[in-house]
Design a protein around this ligand. Structure first.
Ligand SMILES: O=C(O)c1ccccc1NCC(=O)[C@H](O)[C@H](O)COP(=O)(O)O
Length: 274
């Protein structure tokens, strides 16, 4: 990606332009993070599919907007068996906020991922979270910090960085910075098309000691089995959980008989600087 990347859907171009301009915080944050690998292992031991349930009020590909109390939604997701939560903090296109994440993290005891388009180091300081998403496609570009700088900056603050990739080249960059947690996004952020085959193609290239998350487009029992069969340690699910009864949806997706049949993450992975 660079400033002239015309391969992006117009919505994503706007999201990114807004992200580049968004102010961070002047005060460096220090996080005492809840371990995501341990939460994944605990779900497995309990016979649940490890699901990161996403509080996603709206998005460029969602019709309408859900304005229920986000803390109540978070509690319902945990009640339904979610191993962790993902909370959008992007305000303009996803209806998220920093304040929501703070309230949710206070209300639950599972790890919480900050889901946003973080492109500058100071933006990490906006709010504490257990995990922070770093989207490889949007980094190492004009107007953004490098993945390497942001990865180390996140670790230094105590975050567990989840590096999101969609292509082989992005995966190589994630591995080059030593990422201990990688999310393979089935949604192409250029065109906003979803293809579960993306995860299947890239997962075999991920070392076993990386905690591997399948992101986007997972809605049915068949999808859950397919991603687990391909080696997903955890699944990040937004739309299929937000559409209807959140607790029932989470329970349905966490109680499918779908053991990780591919690779196994070393759930003791520690996050160290390179
Ligand atoms: O979901 C969108 O419409 C979207 C549009 C533009 C950039 C990113 C977008 N989504 C980010 C995500 O990664 C998803 O929210 C997440 O993986 C959950 O996906 P899903 O289960 O398909 O809602």
């Amino acid at each position: 990606m660079d400033a002239s990347d015309d391969d992006l859907a117009p919505e994503v171009r706007s999201i990114l332009d807004a992200a580049v301009e968004r102010a961070g915080d002047d005060t460096r944050i220090a996080v005492d993070a809840r371990s995501f690998p341990e939460a994944v292992a605990a779900a497995e031991a309990d016979g649940r599919v490890p699901v990161v349930a996403e509080i996603k009020p709206t998005s460029p590909t969602t019709e309408g907007r859900r304005d229920d109390d986000p803390v109540e939604l978070a509690r319902e997701m945990v009640g339904g068996g979610a191993a962790a939560l993902s909370v959008l903090t992007e305000p303009d296109f996803f209806g998220g906020s920093i304040e929501r994440l703070e309230r949710i993290r206070e209300a639950v005891d599972v790890p919480v991922l900050r889901k946003d388009f973080v492109v500058h180091e100071s933006q990490l300081d906006a709010v504490a979270a257990d995990l922070v998403l770093l989207i490889a496609r949007f980094l190492d570009a004009e107007g953004t910090d490098s993945l390497s700088v942001l990865y180390d900056a996140a670790l230094d603050r105590g975050f567990q960085p989840l590096v999101e990739v969609h292509t082989r080249e992005e995966l190589e960059r994630a591995l080059d910075v030593g990422a201990g947690m990688i999310g393979i996004n089935n949604r192409d952020l250029g065109r906003l098309e979803v293809d579960l085959g993306t995860f299947e193609r890239l997962a075999p290239r991920v070392p076993d000691d990386v905690t591997l998350v399948a992101e986007s487009g997972v809605a049915t029992a068949a999808d859950v089995r397919r991603m687990r069969e391909a080696g997903a340690d955890a699944l990040l699910i937004g739309t299929a959980i937000m559409d209807g009864d959140v607790q029932a949806n989470t329970e349905r997706l966490t109680t499918i008989d779908a053991p990780n049949a591919g690779r196994r993450a070393d759930t003791t992975t520690k996050f160290t600087t390179r």
